[in-house]
Design a protein. Structure first.
Length: 95
């Protein structure tokens, strides 16, 4: 089972692409959040131990990431949706 996240309504304004009350795969949201911050902040972007703060999101299923994001490489960031006008919105996970 995949780890899923839901944005907490109190922080929904910080994540306008995510609809409050909808579940998304944690890996997709983490990649999106990290990519968005890299685009906005560039080389000044700094990440703590967690890309998705526990007070901003509710988690369910799967298992939490063991270890950090340092050194994690992903092809997901090669083409960020914010740079592609034709990009489809993030897909929601059906419960």
């Amino acid at each position: 089972m995949f780890r899923e996240v839901q944005v907490n309504p109190a922080f929904a304004a910080d994540y306008p692409t995510l609809a409050p009350g909808c579940w998304y795969t944690a890996a997709a949201v983490a990649g999106f959040v990290k990519g968005t911050r890299l685009i906005r902040e560039g080389g000044q972007a700094q990440f703590g131990a967690r890309i998705l703060p526990v007070d901003h999101f509710t988690f369910r299923g799967g298992s939490p990431r063991r270890g950090g994001w340092i050194g994690l490489r992903t092809r997901r960031l090669d083409r960020h949706p914010a740079l592609d006008a034709q990009a489809a919105p993030m897909q929601r996970v059906t419960a």
